[in-house]
Every structure is written in C-alpha cells, then in structure tokens.
Design a protein around this ligand. Structure first.
Ligand SMILES: CC(C)(COP(=O)(O)OP(=O)(O)OC[C@H]1O[C@@H](n2cnc3c(N)ncnc32)[C@H](O)[C@@H]1O)[C@@H](O)C(=O)NCCC(=O)NCCS
Ligand SMILES: Nc1ncnc2c1ncn2[C@@H]1O[C@H](COP(=O)(O)OP(=O)(O)OP(=O)(O)O)[C@@H](O)[C@H]1O
Length: 201
C-alpha cells in the first residue's frame, strides 16, 4: 500500500513520520530529497542558481535557504518560478524511490508537503492529511522556526489552505491536541492499515 502523507507547514508531518518510523514504517521524505538535490553542483542547485542568480548563495557555495525562502514566501511569481524549476525533478526522484522501495515493503509512507499542490494524489492508494487549526499552526511555526507572525502567515498562505486539503484526504490525522494524543492516533491508524494489508496478503 502506498500512502501519501501531507499537511501544511508545521502541521506535524515530520512528527507523524517519526512515530510511524518507531512503528517500523518505511518513509520517503520529499523535503529531504529536495534538500539533497539542492546541495552544491547537484541538479537542483544548478537550476536554482540559473533561475535566481549567485546572489542566493552563501560564501561556501550552498544555497542560502533563509534568503530563498524569504523571496518565495513573499512573492508568488518567484515561488512559481522556483516550483517550475524544482518540482518536476523532485517528483521524478520520489517516483524512483517509490519504485525501488515498494519492491521490498508492503506499506510505503511518502511525506510530501505539497502533495496536493503538485498533483501527486493519483500516485497513492491513500492520502493522509495531518490537520491543525490555523491558530495552532501559526503558533507552532513561530515557535519552531523562531519567526514572527507576519513571516509565519506568509509561509502558511503560500500553500493551499489546510481546510481545503481535507477534501482530498482519505484519512485525517487531527493534530490539535498534545504530542501524546497524536502518537496514539498514529498507532491507531498504523494498526488499521497493517490489518488491511495483512488481509490482502
Ligand atoms: C524555500 C526553501 C529554500 C526553504 O528552505 P527551509 O530550509 O527554510 O525549509 P524546508 O525546505 O525545510 O521546508 C519547510 C517547509 O516549507 C514548505 N515549503 C517548502 N517549499 C515550498 C514551496 N515551494 N511552496 C510552499 N511551501 C513550501 C513545506 O511545508 C516544507 O515542509 C525550501 O523549502 C525549498 O527549496 N523549497 C523548494 C522545494 C520544494 O518545493 N520542496 C517541497 C517539496 S513537496
Ligand atoms: N501535537 C503537538 N503539540 C505540540 N507541538 C507539536 C505537536 N505536533 C508537532 N509539534 C511541533 O510543531 C512543530 C511543527 O511540527 P513538524 O515539524 O512535525 O511539522 P511539519 O508538518 O513536518 O513541518 P514542515 O512542513 O515545516 O516540514 C515542531 O516544532 C513540532 O515539534
């Protein structure tokens, strides 16, 4: 079974992935794929530098993520340029990883923050949405990234509203509560799909 795990920024995808990993799940992390492809001289590094110029590089040649984030989260045209430059390659890499890992794993979890925005729904048997209310999302994002309200809102508003993502989800993991409650919810869902999977074996 291929599960697409998504949500909004700071909704709790990585925390859910952490709990799933503790339960033995195999996870593909789109953010990690994007990060590695954007290392110096890698394919996305070359494309992004070509698109945005060397001024988005730090002195050590790595991409200044803070600066690039500052550009795209405040300018939707720049975000479209970055997405056009990066998403086809990221999607191809995710597909490659899914192909490789689905051979030896009955259940595969793919954590894709922009799963719905980049139209990957049909890649999966189920789409799981990690949902939080907007005020909770803002608070957690501000705390985690140590940014102010304006910056947090800009990042959140650059994505499809979480409430709208609910329409596309097969399962909704509500993360408005404590991490403990989230952990129990993850265990419950994992148990459910493991039972489904073993029925079809
Ligand atoms: C904009 C960048 C430089 C910010 O880097 P930073 O280290 O601050 O954040 P990080 O990469 O860990 O992403 C954190 C979260 O930001 C959100 N986010 C990332 N990229 C985007 C984007 N293009 N549009 C909207 N939200 C995004 C996601 O919720 C992600 O989980 C970086 O996110 C990036 O290179 N994004 C382009 C690649 C991409 O689209 N990744 C998402 C793949 S689904
Ligand atoms: N139920 C919870 N209670 C309190 N804090 C939480 C809860 N769930 C997650 N957090 C915290 O909120 C922040 C965002 O969670 P996390 O990083 O898992 O979100 P994410 O969806 O992976 O974010 P991103 O889109 O940036 O990758 C983290 O600091 C995390 O520790």
């Amino acid at each position: 079974m291929k599960v697409g795990l998504t949500g909004g920024i700071a909704s709790g995808k990585s925390t859910v992935s952490k709990y799933l990993k503790e339960l033995g799940a195999v996870i593909i992390d789109a953010d990690k794929i994007a990060h590695s492809l954007m290392e110096p001289k890698k394919i996305l590094w070359k494309r992004v530098v070509k698109e945005f110029g060397k001024e988005i590089l730090l002195s050590n040649g790595t991409i200044d993520r803070k600066k690039l984030g500052g550009i795209i989260f405040n300018d939707s045209k720049a975000k479209k340029r970055l997405d056009k430059t990066t998403h086809p390659i990221i999607i191809a890499k995710i597909e490659e990883e899914m192909e490789r890992l689905s051979k030896e794993n009955d259940i595969l979890i793919v954590d894709v923050p922009l799963l719905i925005e980049i139209d990957m729904i049909d890649f999966f048997d189920e789409v799981w949405l990690v949902y939080v209310d907007k005020d909770v999302q803002i608070k957690r994002l501000m705390t985690r990234d140590q940014i102010d309200y304006q910056k947090a809102i800009a990042k959140i508003n650059s994505q499809m509203p979480l409430i709208k993502k609910k329409e596309y989800a097969d399962r909704i993991i509500n993360n408005n509560g404590t991490e403990e409650e989230l952990k129990f919810e993850v265990i419950r869902v994992w148990q459910k799909i493991s039972d489904i999977e073993s029925e079809f074996k």
